[in-house]
Ligand binder design. Structure first.
Ligand SMILES: [Mg+2]
Length: 278
């Protein structure tokens, strides 16, 4: 046993951390965010919507290896069990993959495909033209991926997605992204979302903003809290009402009103919100 063993353990990786009540004035939170959480906790009907990758789970080269941070799903579930509190995972992933990788289940609401895929399926089924366009997108992205070692194409019900995160050569990664943007992403009738090392090309418009509005209406929520890390989440932040609370995770430009540093800070923040509302 060395002296170092007497140092205080970090709560960042302690799975039991979410069972410990944390004060609303924890150092993570600016006074403005602490106040916004107190206001959210006091509203009669509350919606809390959370992105998954980069917000509750660290990125992984294998998308199905992106496990939630310790305590993340338990804390979401604790919040979702509170009365008049709707908690949603709102992800670009398809809904089945989101359920599998996160391990989250009802009463947490799972919304996939950037807000267009709900428990009952997709908002609008694809017609023949959509299906033909989707097939072409897939083929063209596969051609790009086949020239780019490490890249792969993911097939979603309404989109084809080029993933370049595992590509080791930065120049090759940029070239593949540029080719996708100049080629299939420039076709008529497609909706392009560029995320971190990802180009998603959809034949249906999907927006996390519209999904948050739908959750807010369904719950008649006085306040909606939305937490996300990526450029795709900006469409969600942009649609929030003045009384809602947008929280950006990590660095980067944002229209969100608040920011926290990292994923463990998100988990602590959710725990604080659950404590305040309990
Ligand atoms: Mg994300």
């Amino acid at each position: 046993m060395s002296a170092a063993d007497h140092s205080a353990p970090s709560t960042d990786t302690d799975p039991s951390a979410d069972s410990t009540p944390s004060p609303a004035t924890e150092p993570d939170l600016t006074p403005e965010l602490a106040e916004a959480l107190r206001r959210a906790a006091a509203t009669p009907n509350l919606v809390v919507a959370c992105d998954y990758d980069g917000t509750l789970a660290p990125f992984a080269d294998d998308p199905m290896g992106a496990h939630p941070a310790p305590g993340a799903i338990a804390t979401l579930a604790r919040l979702a069990d509170l009365p008049h509190t709707t908690v949603a995972l709102l992800s670009g992933r398809n809904r089945a993959a989101l359920a599998e990788v996160s391990g989250a289940a009802a009463p947490v609401v799972l919304v996939g495909s950037h807000g267009s895929e709900w428990e009952g399926g997709f908002d609008a089924p694809l017609d023949d033209d959509d299906t033909a366009l989707l097939s072409r997108l897939h083929t063209e992205l596969e051609e790009i991926a086949s020239r780019t070692p490490g890249a792969h194409v993911e097939s979603k019900p309404t989109a084809a997605v080029l993933h370049v995160r595992p590509v080791e050569d930065p120049a090759a990664r940029e070239r593949a992204t540029a080719q996708a943007m100049a080629g299939p992403a420039a076709l008529d009738g497609v909706f392009v979302t560029q995320g971190k090392n990802v180009v998603e090309i959809a034949v249906r418009e999907a927006s996390k903003g519209a999904a948050i509005e739908r959750l807010t209406e369904q719950a008649d929520a006085g306040v909606a809290v939305f937490i996300g890390d990526d450029v795709t989440d900006e469409r969600g932040f942009a649609r929030l009402r003045t009384q809602d609370v947008g929280i950006k995770v990590g660095e980067g430009e944002t229209v969100a009103g608040h920011r926290v540093a990292d994923i463990p800070a998100v988990v602590r923040l959710l725990g604080t919100l659950a404590d305040l509302r309990s």
